[in-house]
Design a protein around this ligand. Structure first.
Ligand SMILES: Cc1cc2nc3c(=O)[nH]c(=O)nc-3n(C[C@H](O)[C@H](O)[C@H](O)COP(=O)(O)OP(=O)(O)OC[C@H]3O[C@@H](n4cnc5c(N)ncnc54)[C@H](O)[C@@H]3O)c2cc1C
Length: 389
């Protein structure tokens, strides 16, 4: 059985589902193919240990897609300030007041955002959802591309979008390689109840043993991301709840008082990765399938949403005669995204290297840089403006 679409999006994670919605808004008929079952949210009050800092620009994007209104806002925390500490005592502070905005962004749970996007996609007659789908083969022809599923279904489209994450199957099928650099770190994540309220402040410490972030959740709760070397990550993962709470509280100078673990820790390997190209004739990559960045700036999914918005804009602006899989059109999308992705990768990799360096003088240099930045309101406003897109 064959079904024809304008676009097939492979991968229904946050970025793939947002891409399907944005392309649907651009008037295209979409198949969204996801390997897992449709997302569900547990009925209990548990908190997802995968949480993301989402920029104000992307909240506007999700609002336009109709997904933000489906988000349970009682579980979303605004970020009103960011406090960052260097390993030599330097401090850098950003605040929404300084930037004359309401918030610098929000902290939201992955699975609730996923559910909101998915439910919105279900309301769009021009989006066909294929869940628990096993992709078998991708064949690129002159006039269209064809995706063959293991159940024998054949789906064809003018354009295939690969949104299937860092180890993307679609990327390999399209013959696109990747350049990868292992950061030799894992991101250990866990959620805690806190004795003192986090007051909507995101906190980050550049420490000798990695980069520790405490991100505010609603109420007296916070979510930790500790990017650290594999041995230390294994140590954290093996600790009892009591010892982990004591260790994390101590690492953050007991700023939120005693901690109580509310979700078990999980660890994710961190790597820098770039696809050799984001596009080929009849093929485009979005999200982690195209690029991975260090989570220290909380920008991975934000970059992916920018990909989704830019791809949709590029396709919307094409002339009526231009095929959605046209290579020159897709190159326009790639050119529009290149700088943003490269700038974020350079910034996060640079900070990771600077704070990981034992070279003589590096410690003074990085702390001096933070102190100087903190004393320049114009520079802080520019940095904040960039992070809020
Ligand atoms: C510790 C940590 C903290 C982070 N914090 C932040 C943050 O604060 N802010 C931020 O912006 N980013 C953050 N990130 C980055 C963020 O997690 C990723 O950028 C984001 O999840 C990428 O989404 P995606 O949809 O591109 O890929 P994924 O989330 O990997 O989704 C891919 C989807 O494709 C599906 N799939 C896979 N293979 C197939 C196949 N063959 N066929 C069909 N479907 C398939 C999968 O089931 C999945 O649903 C963090 C990352 C880490 C590791």
């Amino acid at each position: 059985m064959e079904a024809g679409y304008d676009v097939i999006v492979i991968g229904g994670g946050l970025v793939g589902t947002a891409t399907a919605l944005a392309l649907n808004d651009a008037g295209l008929r979409i198949a969204l193919v996801e390997a897992a079952a449709a997302p569900t949210v547990p009925q209990d009050e548990s908190w997802d240990s995968r949480i993301y800092a989402i920029s104000p620009g992307n909240i506007r994007f999700l609002t336009q897609l109709g997904a933000w209104k489906r988000q349970d806002l009682t579980r979303v925390a605004p970020i009103e300030a960011m406090h960052i500490w260097g390993d030599g005592g330097a401090q850098l502070e950003f605040s929404a007041d300084e930037a004359s905005v309401e918030t610098l962004g929000v902290i939201a749970e992955s699975r609730l955002m996923q559910q909101a996007l998915w439910v919105q996609a279900q309301t769009c007659p021009q989006i066909e959802l294929h869940t628990s789908a096993r992709c078998q083969r991708l064949v690129f022809g002159v006039r269209q591309a064809e995706l063959v599923l293991e159940n024998g279904r054949r789906l064809s489209a003018k354009l295939i979008v690969g949104a299937d994450g860092g180890n993307a199957w679609s990327r390999a099928q399209a013959g696109i390689g990747v350049n990868t650099r292992d950061y030799q770190q894992l991101g250990v994540v866990a959620n805690f109840e806190t004795a003192l309220p986090p007051r909507n402040i995101a906190r980050q410490w550049f420490r000798y043993d990695g980069i520790l972030a405490w991100l505010p959740l609603p109420g007296r709760r916070m979510s930790m991301v500790w990017s650290t070397d594999p041995a230390h990550a294994a140590e954290l993962m093996a600790m009892s709840a009591h010892d982990l709470c004591a260790k994390v509280a101590e690492a953050g100078g007991h700023l939120l008082g005693d901690l109580r673990l509310i979700t078990p820790p999980a660890a994710f390997p961190l790597r820098l990765q770039n696809a050799e190209t984001l596009v080929k004739p009849r093929f485009a990559l979005v999200g982690d399938a195209g690029h991975l960045v260090h989570p220290l700036a909380g920008q991975g999914v934000n970059l992916g949403f920018h990909d989704a918005a830019t791809l949709a804009e590029t396709l919307r602006a094409r002339g009526a005669q231009t095929d959605a899989g046209d290579y020159a059109l897709l190159r326009r999308y790639e050119r529009a995204r290149k700088f943003d992705i490269a700038a974020m990768q350079t910034m996060t990799t640079g900070l990771h290297a600077l704070f990981g360096s034992d070279l003589p003088g590096a410690g003074r240099l990085r702390n001096l840089g933070m102190t100087l930045t903190n004393s320049q309101p114009w520079l802080k406003r520019r940095l904040m403006a960039h992070a809020m897109i």
